[in-house]
Design a protein around this ligand. Structure first.
Ligand SMILES: *Cc1c(COP(=O)(O)O)cnc(C)c1O
Length: 384
């Protein structure tokens, strides 16, 4: 299908148009085998030896994601965390890395603890400021600049092209956690990123029924081979059933993200005018600090994630989350069901997340229902 110039949405819907050559099935089988037969001449003509390295069930998901992101190769991992940490484990103790202060909390914790103890020199910066990235990189010593945009849970935005330029001039790679933007809205490789990372648990799968991660490389080079080796050695491969579910979910990525973007934009605008809301954080609002950069690097919408700061502080925020009926009180994001979360509670002490903030992951329910449910919860919490 790729040679015919079909759009990314068409490639995703048909999972690259793959048809089983033997049965003509339009959906691939799940390969359960943990090992592959060696040839009589002692070779492995199938290219596969043992399933800790790879599995044919990965092929379609990896090929589809690579096509959507515009890179030559993709690797699926057992989780977003194992995909992200592989990028840091591919470095050498003593290397300097520049990472955001505002980012996915579990990766931030790992960088501050394990990665630091292991010997990486981890520098946390305000990645929404290009001058802060430029001031932090040390030419020759910095090996990786890591950004997340829009970034959990305030959706602060980093200029990908500017970050890539700064990283490359210092001799470093740029890694982008693009979980929230998805390849529907942003293709970081086009802006100069070297590695794109996804928590495929979120939008790529979209149905809150697997934990998965993925990397897409801008080049199929020695560094990419190293990432593949780390996955095989640590065994952070995706289960075969999860790989199949990931591909099944990715077929509807475009309509799900498109719908979520529209609802999120409308919710952001309506909530910004709500008397019980002090601030709405959403890249699609012209008043938002990262709006101009988002317009440059997001196409077709500003994503399905927003946060609201509630008048009355932490207690009012928790009381609001307690009173929703349609929204589900749960962590995670990017699924078909809308989730609401008092984010500071889960991030714990030391979080940069404001205590009055509720994080909203907009799903594919009716947007009007979602607003009405939040509106009644805000009013009842206020009057309680
Ligand atoms: C969830 C998430 C991760 C971690 O992914 P897991 O699949 O939970 O390991 C990393 N980055 C972002 C932005 C996420 O939302």
């Amino acid at each position: 299908m790729t040679d015919k110039n079909f759009s990314a949405a068409s490639l995703a819907a048909q999972a690259m148009g793959w048809i089983d050559p033997v049965t003509r099935a339009v959906v691939p089988p799940i390969h359960m085998a943990s090992t592959y037969l060696r040839d009589e001449d002692n070779g492995y003509s199938s290219g596969r030896i043992y399933a800790r390295a790879d599995n044919p069930t990965f092929d379609q998901a990896e090929a589809t994601l690579a096509a959507l992101e515009g890179g030559p190769k993709a690797l699926v991992f057992s989780s977003g965390m194992s995909a992200a940490t592989a990028c840091f484990l591919a470095l050498t103790p003593g290397d300097h890395v520049v990472v955001p202060k505002v980012m996915y909390w579990s990766l931030r914790n790992w960088l501050a603890t394990f990665a630091t103890h292991w010997g990486l020199k981890v520098e946390f910066i305000d990645a929404d400021r290009t001058d802060a990235i430029a001031a932090a990189v040390r030419p020759g010593a910095t090996k990786l600049v890591w950004i997340e945009t829009p970034a959990n849970p305030t959706w602060s935005v980093t200029d990908i092209a500017a970050a890539a330029d700064i990283a490359h001039r210092a001799g470093a790679l740029l890694g982008v956690d693009s979980t929230v933007a998805t390849p529907v809205l942003t293709r970081p490789i086009e802006f100069g990123a070297d590695i794109v990372m996804h928590s495929a648990t979120k939008y790529l799968n979209g149905h809150s029924d697997i934990i998965a991660g993925a990397l897409v490389g801008a080049r199929d080079d020695d560094h990419w081979a190293k990432l593949r080796t780390i996955r095989a050695q640590l065994g952070t491969i995706l289960g075969q059933t999860e790989a199949w579910l990931l591909m099944r979910g990715m077929r509807t990525l475009f309509p799900r993200v498109d719908w979520a973007c529209r609802s999120a934009q409308s919710l952001a605008e309506r909530l910004a005018a709500h008397p019980m809301v002090s601030e709405v954080l959403y890249p699609g609002l012209p008043s938002f600090a990262g709006h101009a950069v988002s317009r440059k690097q997001m196409a077709g919408g500003f994503g399905g994630m927003l946060s609201v700061r509630i008048k009355g502080g932490e207690r009012a925020a928790i009381a609001t989350a307690a009173r929703v009926a349609l929204w589900k009180r749960a962590t995670s994001l990017g699924g078909v069901e809308s989730l609401i979360e008092h984010r500071a509670s889960i991030e714990g002490p030391g979080t940069p997340c404001p205590p009055d903030l509720l994080r909203l992951s907009v799903g594919v329910e009716d947007g009007g229902d979602l607003f009405d449910d939040l509106d009644q919860a805000l009013k009842r919490a206020h009057n309680a």
